[in-house]
Design a protein around this ligand. Structure first.
Ligand code: S3P
Length: 168
């Protein structure tokens, strides 16, 4: 079993923010699968979805998962909201699901300084009603696949990190 921590959860729940805070606290590196994919393709996720479609993007997620399995250890890894679909997730490290209600996630995005940017860059979060449907389809899957579930709604980064470090 690898010594990575994998943060999964719905779009906008704060995976990247928490990964970086956790990395700082534990003197490890944090990486993000969307960032890795953008560097691999030298273009934004939004563009990849628009020009190549979701299936192509999912194949890039699998390629990223394979690279992590082969080459990454001792790292905090935040992943895209649909990354749980890769076939080797459980081999990549300890999987932590960051749980929040859909309204909690929407509020988190809308109350952030760059809310518009945060929504724009996410092709599957363009219509809130569609995103909510996707959320409802996925929540049980996230929970079932995770080693640990941590509720993050209305919690401060510092207290979530403490919780993760205690449980992971
Ligand atoms: C997706 C989530 C996004 C990104 C892509 C697809 C999804 O990542 O990977 O837009 O299927 O939930 P975030 O969870 O970081 O927004």
């Amino acid at each position: 079993m690898k010594n990575n921590i994998i943060l999964i959860g719905f779009m906008g729940v704060g995976k990247g923010t928490l990964a970086r805070a956790l990395a700082k606290k534990s003197s490890k590196f944090a990486i993000d699968t969307d960032d890795l994919i953008e560097s691999l393709e030298n273009r934004k996720i939004k563009k990849i979805f628009a020009l190549e479609g979701e299936k192509y993007f999912r194949a890039l997620e699998q390629k990223t998962a394979n690279w992590i399995e082969d080459s990454v250890n001792n790292t905090i890894i935040s992943v895209g909201g649909g990354f749980f679909k890769v076939d080797n997730l459980k081999k990549l490290g300890k999987v932590i699901y960051l749980e929040s209600s859909f309204d909690g996630i929407l509020n988190r995005i809308l109350s952030s300084e760059n809310a518009e940017k945060k929504l724009k860059k996410r092709p599957l979060f363009q219509v809130p009603a569609d995103a909510k449907k996707l959320y409802n389809e996925r929540i049980t899957i996230y929970k079932n696949i995770a080693d640990i579930t941590i509720n993050v709604e209305n919690k401060k980064t510092e207290s979530i990190i403490k919780n993760i470090m205690k449980l992971a």
